[in-house]
Design a protein around this ligand. Structure first.
Ligand SMILES: [Zn+2]
Length: 354
């Protein structure tokens, strides 16, 4: 194998990060009514040797907090002196939403529908433009961390374009319990970065405004495994299986009447066709309706609020070929084995990094 070349300085927002060092850069994006500048904090770890430039971003939706903790822990594990290539870590992209504990921006736009943005648009378009032009397009690989929206929770899962070999290899290395070969939505970071030829993994895990230890630990280990597979960190002997639990398709099961819902299945459960997913009834218990699984699948997303309107999306089911279903269930079991419980976060211990 050819020996790696020494790295060059990495310039961002007018700051040059020398090889083998790390720096916090405050990227100017806008200003508040008070004319106080609003900045996105970006941590750049520039390795001593040349290699990929990996962006790990979180909180593009300002209320999705698991990724913020994922980035914090990854930064505590990785040292620039031992890194090949460059890690660009952005724990909070949507700083406005983060302050407001909101998914959106003050112009009520969704940042993840606003890429690549524009210099002359409203605040979402401008923030998207700054982040996309100054950070995203400088990176060779991206992992973007999300959670479900409020009142919903997601089993740790990846969305990626598996028809792209590089994205597929990253997804394989990440090792999430479920992988969805998902099409992209216009204006999302993944769609617009992929259009520029940059492979992107979107991680989804847990719910908004909460810390979910299982999803956080899974994402930290996944990101480190991707960095090892890209050669940015020393590789370890593979102990993981080579199969990916790729879902054949997914669908939402919706409420067929209004009422109070009592869920009968947990996230990560495997359900047979016709299994009872939930019971929905009026507050006095009248008119109980039983919601059934349309096909055999695994519950990868779930409504958490017990109050539902007819038509609300309640259970996200993923459907698999048998072999992939077994792989997914094995990973889901190990995920729950390691989960210390609601709200309790422990720091991931990754030997060989420090
Ligand atoms: Zn999100």
């Amino acid at each position: 194998m050819a020996r790696a070349k020494p790295n060059r300085g990495f310039e961002l927002g007018g700051v040059e990060v020398a090889p083998g060092t790390q720096q916090t850069i405050q990227l100017d994006v806008a200003q508040l009514y008070t004319h106080t500048p609003l900045t996105i904090p970006v941590e750049v770890l520039n390795g001593r040797l040349e290699g990929p430039v990996l962006l790990i971003s979180a909180a593009i939706h300002g209320d999705e907090l698991n990724g913020v903790e994922v980035v914090r822990q990854i930064l505590s594990l990785v040292e620039p002196a031992k890194l090949k290539g460059t890690l660009v870590a952005v724990p909070v992209v949507n700083v406005f939403g983060f302050i407001q504990k909101s998914r959106y921006l003050p112009d009520r736009r969704d940042l993840n529908r606003s890429f690549p943005g524009s210099q002359k648009g409203s605040i979402a378009a401008r923030l998207a433009h700054q982040f996309f032009s100054q950070v995203v397009t400088r990176c060779s690989h991206i992992i973007d961390l999300h959670t479900a929206a409020v009142y919903r929770t997601n089993l740790p899962q990846l969305r990626a374009n598996l028809d792209d070999p590089e994205s597929s290899a990253m997804a394989q290395a990440f090792g999430a319990p479920v992988v969805i070969n998902a099409s992209t939505r216009d204006g999302s970071l993944r769609a617009e970065a992929q259009a520029k030829g940059i492979p992107v993994l979107t991680f989804e895990g847990g719910e908004a405004l909460r810390f979910d230890s299982g999803a956080i630990n899974m994402a930290i280990k996944g990101c480190i495994r991707v960095m090892r597979s890209l050669g940015m960190l020393p590789s370890r002997r593979r102990s993981r299986s080579d199969t990916m639990a790729v879902a054949r398709s997914t669908s939402w099961v919706r409420a067929e009447q209004d009422g109070i819902i009592r869920s009968q299945v947990a996230l990560g459960s495997k359900v047979k066709k016709g299994a009872v997913l939930a019971k929905i009834a009026a507050p006095l218990g009248h008119g109980e309706f039983t919601l059934l699984a349309p096909k055999e699948g695994i519950v990868i997303g779930q409504h958490t609020l017990p109050l539902v309107n007819e038509g609300d999306a309640l259970f996200h089911l993923a459907y698999f070929e048998q072999q992939h279903a077994d792989e997914a269930m094995a990973q889901i079991d190990s995920l729950f084995d390691e989960d210390p419980g609601p709200g309790i976060i422990y720091d991931v211990d990754e030997p060989g990094l420090t």
